[in-house]
Design a protein around this ligand. Structure first.
Ligand code: FE2
Length: 291
């Protein structure tokens, strides 16, 4: 599913966005003691609307991940799990099951409610990946839940004439349509692998909120450096038409952008609604077996 682009197919960006600020994220644990870095934390939800959370996990030590994420609920948003290395078994209360593996993506729309587990299916070796939470518009928060697994072999991607390899997890990049396209929030989610000394341009609508997370190497955006394991929030500039990434060393980064919902955000753990009343209803429905 990898397309080789010629030069006429690549995005041209005349006025690139710059870096507004760098974010280090917060070391924490979730599920049954899984160690991770919460890169996009709750205080950034408004700034990075429609995105609610980004967790990065990377460990070669099984004690950091073996507990996994036993049965837990979600309501009101979407989760996107992208595995770089390792095996994660997903099971839900509707009887669905899937195995997430190296380079694969699971897109889940929790909608009105799902209860699932995400458990490692390995006792040694590396576990590395990301989980992104994407908000649902008010009118879709109570939609029926669904999910889709896309293995690495089916994940759309392309290679630029400069040798930059891009996986398109969501949205459209350089004419290549990703594994998922969502209408209201129009998320763009790219995993970009740049060889040393190369650059990559991506067109972005000016109104979309956008950020980058560097997970190997180091990027340069104009005058700013974005070191490994840092998130860069990109400026919103009405005159900007995209972003240009450059690097001196081989670098891998996620580029994530989306159209803001501009709706109230009310969160209680794994429930994200618009009002406190809806959160009470979510907890009540969950406790009374209505998921
Ligand atoms: Fe979950």
């Amino acid at each position: 599913m990898t397309t080789k682009l010629n030069i006429s197919q690549t995005d041209q960006v005349a006025h690139p966005r710059s870096v507004e600020r760098l974010v280090s994220g917060m070391a924490t644990s979730d599920g049954a003691g899984v160690k991770l870095t919460r890169v996009l934390t709750q205080p950034l939800q408004r700034r990075l609307d429609p995105f609610l959370m980004l967790d990065a996990f990377l460990s070669d030590d099984p004690s950091d991940y073996i507990g996994g994420f036993p049965d837990h609920p979600h309501r009101g948003f979407e989760t996107v799990t992208y595995m770089i290395a390792g095996n994660l078994r997903h099971r839900d209360n509707a009887g669905h099951e899937g195995l997430l593996q190296n380079g694969g993506v699971q897109w889940m729309v929790a909608g009105r409610g799902i209860i699932h587990s995400e458990m490692p299916e390995q006792e040694e070796g590396r576990m590395e990946g990301f989980q992104l939470w994407l908000n649902l518009p008010a009118g879709e928060k109570m939609c029926p839940p669904w999910y889709r697994d896309t293995p690495a072999s089916e994940l759309p991607g392309f290679v630029t004439p400069e040798g930059v390899a891009v996986k398109v997890i969501a949205g459209v990049s350089h004419g290549v349509t990703g594994a998922e396209v969502r209408s209201r929030t129009a998320p763009l989610y790219l995993d970009i692998h740049l060889p040393a000394g190369q650059s990559f341009a991506q067109a972005l609508p000016a109104g979309h909120n956008a950020f980058i997370y560097v997970y190997r190497g180091e990027l340069r955006l104009g005058e700013s450096a974005v070191p490994e394991k840092k998130m860069a929030i990109l400026t919103n500039d009405a005159a900007a038409d995209g972003v240009v990434l450059k690097c001196n060393v081989a670098t891998r980064a996620l580029l994530i952008a989306g159209q803001p919902l501009n709706e109230p955000i009310a969160q209680h753990g794994p429930f994200v609604m618009n009002t406190q009343q809806e959160l009470y209803e979510a907890v009540n429905d969950y406790q009374n077996g209505r998921f």
